[in-house]
Design a protein. Structure first.
Length: 617
């Protein structure tokens, strides 16, 4: 592509080989780059992409002035606005409303001009005067193989993310496979490279805004003002805008093993997310006990605050945990690529000596279990709030299963992993046990069973088989817990020994589901509550194939007239809390072993237990 293609327009695509080994590639240079700059950028991107993603079937990289993408599937003339990566300038504007009143119309004008470009060039850049003697410089671009409609749609989707991540910031850069947007309060593009003139317009009395800024271009080092939104809030000012590479991991059946693989090798694609250990130590007041938020299976979580006032949550992985490295790599590699309002946002990580730290956005209201299972706090969650939380969890799971380019199975969905923000919006957290699926993969198998007892479906707990339906089962348990206000592992009917799922099933079968409902909800929406019990039972059915997908669940939640199928017998119809074949060690979301027991009959604790490993026979 680099050597054999003319770079007159800065865009080219190429396919090579024959199916099933055919590869498609697209390269796009920023509209203000010269042919020599373009060739140099693509050359460097090719080398970096192959190093960062050596075994992937689909990958994309975004250096500062170009992008390079390849795939095993045809990507020509196809609009894709995901995955999106966002950067922002750490400086704040003085008057957010006045700034946005200039920025948004400017972006809208440029979006129309960009989409109206031709088949070789869809690019527009322009400046506009802003309050407090500032000038806003903006640049928009699409891959020119898109139609006008698709280009406009892509830019609209990317632009819609600006208020969520960067409202009030002096600049931002937003990239996706098919389009990108950038704005700053300094000149970052070359004003001497003019975009093609817009289509002829009917003359009007007012002159159009200038096509390019008249100020002197800023030096490239100014790009050090930009940092990565989904992964960091602030990094040393010496850090330049880095290339972001996303590998779409399509795992092979027999992946090549690495000898003594280090965490650094696995996270090379996200080196820009790294924080200095000293910065984290200061933010957490040297990991003071007063800042401790909780303790999980692989370490302690602390609250912290950066010097700019931003609050963070820091997970300090246990140094002696045998699974700490796996947990660490998994969370960084997966979560950094995910962007959804119902997923907790990874801000970065620290890897220094024996220290492994994960830095997340701070979610002030803590986890859902602290509300729903507390007899006093539970009263704060009326049905409207509970239904809102249920819907948010469902949308977050749907994104993981179907809407993100990475197909992810969470494998440890539970109320303690659902965090609540100030508006009680749920955010799914803790991706250390997550698994990545190929796009056409429907099921996985493992000899290491990880997760939390009470939320794991039987096919996974006993046979190591997992799929999107594993998360559906866990969601069903949460749904029933939300309605009952009771914890599955702690629920026990004295006379019958029924657990929560069994009790819900019997009440539904006997037409007495009102007995299952949290008494504080009896004056709320009975129809929606009954529907959620029905849906919960559909999710926990023993037959995996009968469980609905998350897409169906979201549809059920949003529909008032949709007919639901009759649920079949749920999994784990047990009449005792005693287990005969599995040793369950009491554990609050911690690492533990689970081994076959010859004759042990151990009563399971009513507290939450996590199974971290199950050795094959």
């Amino acid at each position: 592509m680099i050597n054999n293609t003319k770079i007159n327009y800065g865009f080219y695509n190429l396919s090579f080989g024959e199916a099933p080994d055919k590869v498609y590639a697209i390269a796009l240079c920023r509209g203000d780059t010269s042919p020599s700059e373009c060739r140099s950028c693509i050359d460097g991107a090719s080398s970096d992409l192959l190093k960062a993603c050596p075994n992937q079937k689909e990958a994309i990289i975004w250096p500062d002035k170009c992008s390079l993408r390849y795939s095993f599937r045809s990507i020509f003339n196809v609009m894709e606005a995901n995955p999106r990566i966002a950067f922002y300038n750490t400086g704040n504007v003085q008057d957010v409303i006045a700034f946005n009143n200039v920025l948004l119309p400017l972006l809208n004008r440029l979006r129309n001009r960009t989409a109206s470009g031709n088949s070789t060039y869809k690019f527009a850049a322009q400046s506009a005067s802003a309050p407090n003697f500032q000038t806003i410089y903006a640049l928009l671009e699409c891959t020119p193989d898109l139609s006008k409609l698709d280009c406009n749609s892509c830019l609209e989707q990317v632009q819609s993310y600006i208020p969520q991540c960067c409202n009030g910031k002096q600049g931002g850069k937003f990239v996706s496979p098919s389009c990108d947007i950038r704005f700053e309060v300094y000149s970052f593009y070359d004003p001497s490279v003019e975009p093609p003139p817009p289509p002829p317009q009917v003359p009007s009395a007012a002159s159009p805004p200038p096509e390019s800024p008249t100020t002197t271009p800023g030096k490239e080092s100014n790009s050090s003002r930009t940092t990565i939104v989904v992964v960091v809030t602030t990094i040393s000012a010496a850090v330049l805008i880095i290339s972001i590479c996303i590998c779409i991991y399509l795992r092979k059946k027999n992946p090549r093993k690495k000898v003594e693989s280090k965490p650094e090798d696995e996270i090379s694609v996200v080196q820009s997310l790294q924080f200095d250990f000293g910065t984290i130590r200061v933010a957490t007041q040297n990991f003071a006990d007063a800042n401790k938020l909780g303790e999980g299976g692989f370490g302690i979580v602390y609250k912290g605050k950066f010097s700019n006032g931003q609050e963070i949550a820091v997970k300090r992985l246990s140094r002696n945990s045998s699974q700490g490295e796996v947990e660490f790599k998994n969370e960084v590699m997966l979560v950094a690529k995910l962007q959804h309002r119902n997923l907790v946002r990874l801000l970065g990580f620290c890897l220094e000596g024996d220290e492994r730290l994960l830095v997340y956005q701070f979610v002030p209201n803590g986890s859902l279990d602290h509300f729903i299972f507390d007899p006093i706090k539970r009263a704060q969650l009326n049905w409207e709030k509970r239904f809102k939380i249920i819907g948010g969890i469902a949308r977050g799971l749907l994104y993981l299963h179907e809407d993100s380019q990475l197909r992810i199975i969470h494998r440890d969905l539970k109320t303690s992993n659902i965090l609540l923000d100030t508006s009680m919006n749920p955010k799914i957290s803790d991706f250390g046990m997550a698994r990545l699926f190929q796009l056409d993969q429907t099921q996985g198998n493992t000899s290491r069973v990880v997760g939390t007892y009470g939320y794991m479906p039987p096919e996974y707990a006993f046979h190591g088989q997992f799929s999107v339906k594993s998360d559906v089962f866990s969601f069903g348990v949460i749904l029933l817990e939300m309605v009952a206000g009771q914890k599955n592992n702690a629920f026990h009917i004295e006379d019958s020994g029924d657990g929560l799922i069994n009790y819900a099933w019997k009440q539904w079968r006997d037409g007495t589901t009102s007995n299952f409902v949290d008494p504080t909800l009896r004056t709320d929406s009975t129809t929606e509550i009954m529907k959620c019990i029905h849906m919960g039972l559909l999710c926990v059915q023993e037959n995996v194939d009968k469980r609905p997908t998350m897409a169906s669940i979201v549809l059920m939640l949003n529909s008032e007239s949709m007919s639901l199928s009759v649920p079949s017998q749920p999994a784990f119809l047990m009449h005792s809390s005693t287990r005969s074949n599995m040793l369950l060690v009491e554990h609050d979301s911690r690492e533990m072993g689970s081994t076959q027991s010859k004759s042990n009959s151990v009563q399971a604790s009513v507290n939450e237990v996590s199974i971290s490993e199950l050795d094959p026979r």
